[in-house]
Write a protein that binds this ligand. Structure first.
Ligand SMILES: Nc1ncnc2c1ncn2[C@@H]1O[C@H](COP(=O)(O)OP(=O)(O)OP(=O)(O)O)[C@@H](O)[C@H]1O
Length: 306
């Protein structure tokens, strides 16, 4: 069942069409990525989902029904522009925002403390927000978004401003929230995170949805027939009837490792059996394109077509 259905949505801002007949479905229980270059329209869509603005055309359904004001109580929204009250203490701030989402004081306090501990911020609970570093403040805002344990979480650029260690921590928490039953939709420029955590995605370019579907299926659809081959022998024969060598791994301790492109019509089975006949084959692995490569290829193609 779809928790969100975006149907043919159009959003205009004084002469600029930010969303041009965009449709997408987010299945309940999934992690969904919203991708696109700067200015593509991601935040415009997220703001419609959060009822900060309305579509000019089309509609958005939540659990099969048109969005209603009370729905925001069951959502958690991390906006792109972060904002906390600097003079408030960290714990009081999270409790205050949890209470606004209908939590009792005790529940909000307990959940806030659990989260602060999990995010390594417990010792900051009674410090003022203004004393936090930028990354710590971002973590606090993340906690404030999830503290009421909403069924639907919408994050706009959740990884922006985080160092690699905190990015990993955040990814882990997003996966844990999803395991515990929350559906998650987030916009990001971090393509590695899309490969690691998203099941499905929509790529928006210049206000239109230009690519959408399952991450793994789309990576397979864009595959270029590239394989990594590792043999024990010091050299691999250059281009032949089976493959052409795309690149060789430099300074390998033992053997030879190369990225090869199989020739048209050559099956994986043929390639493996031929390599096995001529070499001590240590490794043979298909290389799927990264989401980064797919993003660049799709955006470039779509810009050329318009
Ligand atoms: N309130 C507004 N008034 C006028 N134009 C707007 C408004 N909000 C967004 N836009 C315009 O709509 C377009 C889409 O903006 P949006 O913020 O949705 O993009 P985005 O995909 O989230 O970009 P980024 O990755 O840079 O955050 C941009 O050209 C932006 O300038």
């Amino acid at each position: 069942m779809n928790i969100i259905e975006v149907k043919d949505v159009v959003k205009d801002y004084s002469g600029h069409r930010a969303l041009d007949h965009v449709s997408l479905n987010v299945e309940e229980g999934t992690i969904y990525g919203l991708l696109g270059p700067n200015g593509a329209g991601k935040t415009s869509l997220i703001r419609i989902l959060n009822q900060i603005t309305r579509p000019d055309e089309g509609e958005v359904l939540l659990n099969g029904k048109p969005l209603a004001p009370s729905d925001v109580m069951h959502m958690g929204y991390l906006p792109e522009e972060r904002g906390l009250y600097k003079k408030m203490k960290v714990l009081s701030h999270i409790v205050y925002l949890g209470r606004l989402k209908g939590m009792s004081k005790n529940d909000a306090h307990r959940a806030a403390m659990e989260w602060l501990e999990r995010m390594d911020l417990a010792e900051w609970a009674n410090k003022k927000v203004e004393a936090l570093s930028k990354g710590m403040a971002q973590k606090v805002q993340f906690i404030a978004t999830v503290v009421h344990n909403p069924k639907l979480l919408i994050f706009d650029e959740p990884f922006s401003g985080f160092d690699p260690v905190n990015t990993e921590q955040l990814k882990k928490e997003i996966l844990r929230l999803n395991d515990n039953g929350s559906t998650i939709l987030f916009s990001t420029h971090n393509m590695a995170s899309v490969e690691e955590v998203c099941k499905e995605f929509t790529l928006i370019n210049k206000s239109r949805a230009v690519l959408q579907g399952n991450v793994y299926d789309i990576r397979r659809r864009f595959k270029k027939n590239l394989f990594r081959v590792h043999v024990a022998e010091p050299v691999l024969a250059p281009d032949n009837a089976l493959y052409s060598i795309v690149s060789l791994s430099p300074r390998l301790q033992s053997g030879c490792e190369a990225t090869v492109k199989l020739n048209q019509g050559v099956s994986t089975r043929d390639a493996i059996s031929n390599l096995n006949g001529n070499y001590t084959l240590l490794g043979f692995e298909e290389l799927l394109p990264s989401m980064n490569e797919i993003f660049i290829e799709t955006v470039t193609d779509s810009n050329e077509q318009r």
